[in-house]
Design a protein around this ligand. Structure first.
Ligand SMILES: NC(=O)C1=CN([C@@H]2O[C@H](COP(=O)(O)OP(=O)(O)OC[C@H]3O[C@@H](n4cnc5c(N)ncnc54)[C@H](OP(=O)(O)O)[C@@H]3O)[C@@H](O)[C@H]2O)C=CC1
Ligand SMILES: O=C(O)C1=N[C@H](C(=O)O)C[C@H](O)C1
Length: 268
């Protein structure tokens, strides 16, 4: 069977470049297209040269329609608006859409749900094995500990990150809330500033640190009188996200339309 052809969107970005390298190095997939935002200086250039190496014979395009038409999967770590637009194209092409983008609003998510009626969408705020294992652990610990254990999610990222809390923090918060038998919206407390009053028991708080080149760090803190349990994931290399995304693209090849996540891909 021919190796699936993969398109990477937003290839000039931090994750776009990492994804291109991981797909090019894979013996299970072919990199058949790479896109950038219209107006990006990489458009029309050879990908290898744009990334600072020798030419590889693949031209960067700002035309996602043409790139996606012949692809079996699209790996997309861009922006919420871009991912929604790409989902309409993958739905038409019946291609697997792997979405790592974070920062979606409910209106975006409704559009992704509609697109998933036509082709598989695999979306996760974090595609690493470690974080997806931590999600399960968080659910179990939250279920085991009573409401006298306060739950706080603390995350740190590089100074270019545009959304907060991170997608990963929201996955972990959702898992903690689910462990306590609630959706996250029921328990999430707004960001604190000023005279907030004392902490309301049973709520889940989020704190975000932004600085330097931190790839991604997440703590789920369970704090009670006299003791704390801290579950931690430290990412030091973006390759962990790119490898997970490629695994998802390959896993999705024989799946029908619908919405999936990394727990489905990893069998967790
Ligand atoms: N799920 C996961 O495991 C992970 C998720 N992420 C998420 O992935 C996203 C990207 O992160 P990161 O790579 O650090 O961000 P970057 O800003 O480095 O990359 C985003 C890229 O998307 C491009 N882009 C914007 N609009 C379009 C468009 N219309 N068509 C094509 N490309 C477009 C940008 O181009 P330009 O610069 O020209 O605007 C940029 O190159 C974020 O939401 C982040 O949170 C990150 C790591 C892991
Ligand atoms: O923007 C990033 O860099 C990252 N984003 C994801 C998130 O929002 O959780 C995943 C990872 O932490 C890196």
């Amino acid at each position: 069977m021919e190796k699936p052809g993969i398109v990477v969107t937003g290839v000039s970005g931090r994750m776009g470049q990492m994804l291109a390298r991981i797909v090019l190095a894979s013996d299970k997939a072919r990199l058949v297209g790479v896109t950038v935002r219209p107006g990006n200086p990489w458009a029309g250039r050879d990908l290898g040269e744009a990334m600072g190496g020798p030419a590889i014979g693949l031209t960067v395009t700002d035309d996602p329609v043409q790139a996606i038409a012949s692809a079996q999967a699209v790996i997309d770590f861009t922006t919420p608006d871009t991912s929604v637009a790409i989902a309409e194209l993958t739905a038409q092409a019946r291609a697997v859409h792997v979405i790592g983008t974070t920062g979606f609003e409910p209106a975006h998510l409704a559009k992704l749900k509609a697109a998933a009626r036509h082709a598989p969408i695999i979306r996760a705020g974090n595609m690493s094995l470690g974080v997806n294992l931590l999600v399960g652990l968080t659910r179990r610990v939250a279920a085991a500990l009573g409401e006298d254990w306060d739950i706080e999610v603390v995350e740190a990222h590089h100074n270019r990150k545009v959304d907060a809390p991170s997608g990963t923090a929201l996955m972990l918060g959702e898992a903690a809330a689910n462990g306590r038998g609630h959706p996250l919206e029921d328990l999430r407390t707004p960001a604190r500033e000023g005279i907030t009053g004392a902490r309301q028991q049973g709520t889940i708080g989020f704190s975000a640190i932004r600085g330097g080149d931190v790839v991604g760090e997440h703590d789920v803190i369970f704090a009670a009188a006299g003791e704390r349990v801290v579950l931690r994931h430290l990412a030091t290399d973006r390759a962990i996200f790119a490898r997970g995304a490629l695994q998802a693209a390959l896993w999705g090849q024989d799946k029908g339309p619908g919405e999936y996540d990394m727990a489905d891909v990893l069998g967790l």
